[in-house]
Ligand binder design. Structure first.
Ligand code: FAD
Length: 330
């Protein structure tokens, strides 16, 4: 069965990956009248815009441990960001730049907002893509439904194994995409560190570090706790990718002390995350769509390593599908 032959009506479309790209695509597909189902392997909303809550002896601390802020340059994305601002789920961070934005009260507020209209199935990892003349079956999902189309909105390394079985050209592009890793360490101190600095960029092994409580619109932290997010540079992360988490915490703690020129107290709590696929190089192509198969791909790895690129990629894929649909019905 050709997907084009069947696109004239409401289609049942599975979106694998409910990060920003998957959700921006899903929202548009739903607007076009399709029956859209979203599946994500994570426990909850965020993707690489996720926020982590972790326990300290003085109460819970919350910090963004993926993307830290974003800019909006494309007019369509700017319009969407303005709408988010009107709903109070983003705010500007003028300390960074005039056009820097963050989620409010945390980065994953954006993903929560976009996911709200859908019954996203979390904890669902797609294991493979199987296609018959009836459509797509996706092992690993808690459903044996057959889908008319599948959208892969996951990092290229993960998409590659699926694409290789169905579309050589898409698989080749996924192979060309490159990701850099990022070790992220969250450190909670029992009292504020003696510094006015709100963030640090590119100092020694640190690519980025920020005082979570200094970001605008954040909820007040647990009593007196000063929480810092410390992200190692891409080159340091690559060189230390297989290190033990404890070792990385110790090294990042030392690096933060040096960058702030402070003797750091022992943190009262910490949390780590090794992002194997953090920042993509981008291929300069907005989205991939095979109308004969009903197979689409979106994600930041197609356009570039930014939140805006992920959103634009999802939108571009939905537009491509709508165009195909219009041609098929003309
Ligand atoms: C440490 C870090 C710092 C960053 N800093 C910035 C920044 O400051 N500014 C900026 O603009 N951008 C930044 N980025 C990049 C930004 O976060 C990404 O460009 C954007 O979030 C990518 O969105 P996405 O939807 O393409 O992918 P993702 O957010 O990765 O979403 C993919 C989703 O797919 C799910 N998934 C994967 N495989 C499967 C599977 N087999 N089955 C089901 N689900 C699956 C994942 O759980 C995930 O939720 C940063 C990223 C990282 C990691």
């Amino acid at each position: 069965m050709s997907y084009v032959a069947g696109v004239t009506g409401r289609q049942k479309i599975a979106v694998i990956g409910a990060g920003l790209a998957g959700l921006s695509c899903a929202g548009q597909l739903a607007n076009h009248g399709h029956d859209v189902r979203l599946f994500d392997k994570a426990r909850g909303p965020g993707g690489r815009m996720s926020t982590r809550r972790f326990t300290t002896p003085q109460g819970d601390a919350v910090a963004d441990h993926g993307a830290q802020y974003f800019t909006a340059r494309d007019p369509a994305f700017q319009a969407e960001v303005d709408e988010w601002a009107a709903r109070d789920i983003v705010t500007q961070w003028p300390d960074i730049a005039d056009d820097a934005w963050i989620g409010k009260p945390s980065m994953n507020a954006i993903i929560r907002h976009l996911a709200a209209p859908f019954d996203v199935q979390w904890n669902c990892r797609a294991e493979a893509l199987m296609r018959s003349d009836k459509g797509w079956f996706i092992p690993g999902l808690p459903t044996d439904e057959i889908f008319d189309a599948v959208i892969l909105a996951i990092p290229s390394e993960q998409a590659l194994t699926f694409l290789a079985q169905h579309d050589f050209d898409m698989a080749r592009k996924a192979m060309l995409a490159r990701f850099q890793p990022c070790w992220t360490v969250l450190l909670a101190f029992d009292h504020p560190l003696a510094t006015d600095k709100k963030f640090i960029r590119d100092v020694g092994a640190i690519g980025w570090a920020a005082r979570e409580g200094a970001k605008p619109g954040r909820l007040a932290p647990a009593s007196g706790v000063d929480c810092w997010v410390v992200q190692a540079s891409a080159s340091w992360s690559a060189a230390h990718l297989e290190d033990e988490a404890e070792q990385v915490v110790a090294l990042m703690q030392t690096a933060l002390g040096e960058a702030l020129s402070l003797p750091l107290p022992q943190p009262i709590a910490q949390s780590t995350h090794r992002w194997r696929y953090a920042m993509s190089s981008g291929l300069g192509e907005a989205a991939l769509w095979n109308p004969a198969l009903g197979l689409g791909v979106c994600g930041d790895w197609l356009l570039g390593p930014r939140i805006e690129c992920a959103w634009l990629s999802g939108r571009a894929l939905a537009a491509q599908i709508a165009t195909e649909q219009a041609l098929a019905t003309a």
